[in-house]
Ligand binder design. Structure first.
Ligand code: FES
Ligand code: FES
Length: 176
């Protein structure tokens, strides 16, 4: 027997006071309790990235994250990044570069890419560029490495990478 616990989550700007099973994942909470359907359950085991959301600005796999450990946190999904009238630059770039086919992986790809650019801007290392502060670069190898947690069954990788490259390069130019 276990008891539900109170958890407060802000999802795409809206605050929710929830009563949750302590074992509930953020993924199940979003889909089953809050009807946020862009977040996909691909594998439910941390292996596909389809469930990626931003929590307090960082990309996380929502299938591996317990809602209870994010009490008081801010969750953003693809719905919260932009609307059809006001697309987020990353959403716009995925459209322009044909960065999707069936679209199943796309919300996760986009949330992951937004979080990834932030990590890059903050100088977080990767295997390709161990220290981006010393050697800043934004190339396809870097993008592929940093996006390797997001799988695409349709194999749209070339277009996904070019969409992300465009947004990343624009951001980099604006920062200079
Ligand atoms: Fe979370 Fe696959 S559903 S990584
Ligand atoms: Fe179909 Fe990526 S577009 S899985």
């Amino acid at each position: 027997v276990h008891m539900n616990i109170p958890v407060q989550l802000t999802v795409n700007g809206e605050s929710h006071q929830l009563d949750l099973d302590p074992r509930a994942s953020v993924l199940d909470t979003l889909r089953d309790r809050l009807n946020v359907m862009s977040v996909k359950k691909g594998c439910d085991h941390g292996q596909c990235g389809a469930c990626t959301v931003l929590i307090d600005g960082k990309r996380v796999l929502s299938c591996l994250s317990l809602s209870a450990s994010y009490d008081g946190s801010e969750v953003v999904t693809a719905e919260g990044l932009g609307t059809p009238e006001h697309l987020h630059p990353m959403q716009q770039a995925f459209l322009e570069h044909d960065g999707f086919q069936c679209g199943y992986c796309t919300p996760g790809q986009i949330c992951s890419a937004v979080g990834m650019l932030d990590e890059l801007a903050q100088g977080m290392p990767s295997h390709v560029t161990p220290d981006v502060r010393q050697e800043p670069q934004f190339n396809d190898a870097e993008i592929r490495e940093r996006m390797s947690g997001n799988l695409c069954r349709c194999g749209a990788y070339v277009n996904i990478v070019s969409a992300i490259r465009e947004v990343g390069q624009t951001a980099q130019t604006q920062a200079v």
